[in-house]
Design a protein around this ligand. Structure first.
Ligand code: MYA
Ligand code: CJ4
Length: 408
């Protein structure tokens, strides 16, 4: 393509560093190029030439000899265990290899079986004598709203290649195969996030952390004691009330689905980029599940009306190099709507509940309205970024507070 020709030109100027990072795979994909001229008239439309399902390659992509494609029935405990085993040993680690995400089986089953999910969008690569799972990638259908335009997409997540098979371009084959399987459903766009910088983020967001168990966080190296601050003082600084302060706060239940659905969609429509949820999706993603997701509504004691809710999901991390502590218990800020309660008080109550449930730290991105309350609630900025991406859809870069989507 002309892009790869351009790139060769960029690269062929002798002993001059290419102006832009070379991406053998991504420069061949319908994503914006780092070097292309911004043309506003090109926004809010797809990048690729329009294609139909008839144009899609009917057979799966070719794998290296000895490897085969395998659909994963994540609802089947044995197969979910195989995905868990692959991820718990080979999924995302921090830059210092001190922690690794430890998504539970129940969490994976929750995240990957929303209403209307497609079984063939959950698959991996098997190989070896025991037909072991060496790679995985997932897609679920989402209804995205971008600057007022509705675009049906696939939300891609949990891309993982076993450490023993890295840098063999297997990831690119997994990505092309999930693209093919999504295209067969006449869907041509996707949304995904990654800590790595590849062409081309639609937004660059930042991690923040609120310590709940500062002593453990310092012991395991997640946090460091601020200068001239003894541990006792640090603990005192971060102490939270033992009880919540919002009157009428209670766990969400089935009968709340309709009102939470209306509150969530109304609130999210404030953001340039957000998802539209059906009632069934709200029931699936927000009804409390032990060890997976917690949602609390605020029921006005007088009127019995519900106008606010908070939620967070559970994603522990394995602590890789500590003889005593093996798991970091982490709560992640999910969707929160505050109409009658100040957002700051609502999230403070989320922190109090998380502490009551023995979480060690509460993580949040600076998306939606979060940045307005991170400092006041004593969050510390993290050292990582989470970049949001669209596949095959061009938009201007958004500020984090224009993003209304949380990917787990
Ligand atoms: C219409 C529907 C479309 C559906 C698809 C939409 C796109 C979905 C895209 C995926 C969304 C995933 C969302 C999440 O799950 S983000 C979490 C990703 N998973 C991990 O970080 C777990 C630990 N790491 C690994 O398992 C491996 O290192 C992975 C599998 C990540 C790469 O394996 P490996 O290290 O063995 O590399 P390779 O030699 O096979 O391939 C190298 C190529 O891969 C590009 N690469 C590396 N990391 C990522 C990444 N996180 N997103 C996109 N691309 C990535 C890289 O730039 C290079 O391309 P280029 O720079 O040469 O061009
Ligand atoms: C779709 N996929 C991304 C999911 C969203 N995600 C994972 C996420 N949303 C908000 C965050 F604020 C956040 N984090 C703060 C960072 C952090 O805690 N860094 C230290 C650390 C502890 N454990 C690990 C494991 C791997 C990497 C870094 N680790 C990661 N992550």
């Amino acid at each position: 393509t002309k892009y790869s020709e351009n790139r060769k030109v960029l690269r062929n100027i002798d002993n001059v560093e290419p102006l832009y990072d070379i991406h053998e795979f991504w420069d061949s994909q319908p994503v914006p190029k780092a070097y292309e001229k911004i043309d506003e008239s090109m926004y809010d439309q797809q990048i690729d030439v329009p294609k139909t399902v008839a144009d899609v390659r009917p057979e799966p992509y070719t794998l290296p000899p000895g490897y085969t494609w395998a659909n994963i029935d994540i609802g089947n405990r044995t197969e979910a265990q195989e995905v868990y085993d692959l991820l718990t040993q080979n999924y995302v680690e921090d830059d210092d290899n001190m922690f690794r995400f430890d998504y539970s089986i129940e969490f994976l089953q929750w995240a990957l079986t929303p209403p209307g999910f497609h079984k063939e969008w959950l698959f991996g690569v098997r190989g070896g004598k025991k037909n072991k799972l060496f790679g995985f990638i997932s897609g679920i259908p989402v209804d995205t709203k971008i600057r007022g335009k509705q675009v049906t997409m696939a939300e891609i997540n949990f891309l993982c290649v076993h450490k023993s098979l890295r840098t063999k371009r297997l990831a690119t084959v997994l990505i092309k195969e999930v693209t093919r399987r999504v295209n067969l459903h006449d869907i041509w766009q996707a949304i995904y996030t990654a800590g790595v910088l590849i062409p081309l983020p639609i937004s660059k967001t930042t991690y923040w952390h609120r310590s709940l168990n500062p002593k453990k966080l310092v012991e395991v190296g997640f946090s460091s004691l601020p200068a001239n601050t003894p541990m006792a003082r640090y603990v005192k600084l971060l102490k939270l009330p033992g009880e919540t302060s919002v009157k009428g706060l209670r766990e969400m239940q089935k009968s709340d689905v309709k009102v939470v659905h209306d509150l969530l969609n109304a609130y999210l429509s404030k953001f340039e980029v957000h998802l539209h949820f059906t009632e069934a999706e709200v029931a699936h993603f927000l009804l409390p599940r032990a060890g997976v997701v917690d949602t609390y509504v605020v029921e006005n004691p007088q009127t019995k009306e519900i106008k606010d809710f908070l939620s967070f999901y559970h994603l522990p991390s394995s602590i890789l190099k500590h003889e005593v502590h093996k798991t970091l218990r982490v709560a992640y800020c999910y969707y929160n709507v505050a109409n009658t309660v100040p957002m700051e008080e609502l999230i403070r109550n989320a922190l109090i509940i998380a502490k009551q449930k023995d979480f060690d730290v509460f993580n949040a991105l600076d998306i939606m309205e979060n940045e307005t309350l991170l400092k006041e609630l004593k969050f510390g900025i993290g050292d990582g970024n989470l970049h949001y991406y669209f596949y095959n859809w061009r938009v201007p870069e958004f500020k984090p507070n224009q993003i209304g989507i949380v990917l787990v």
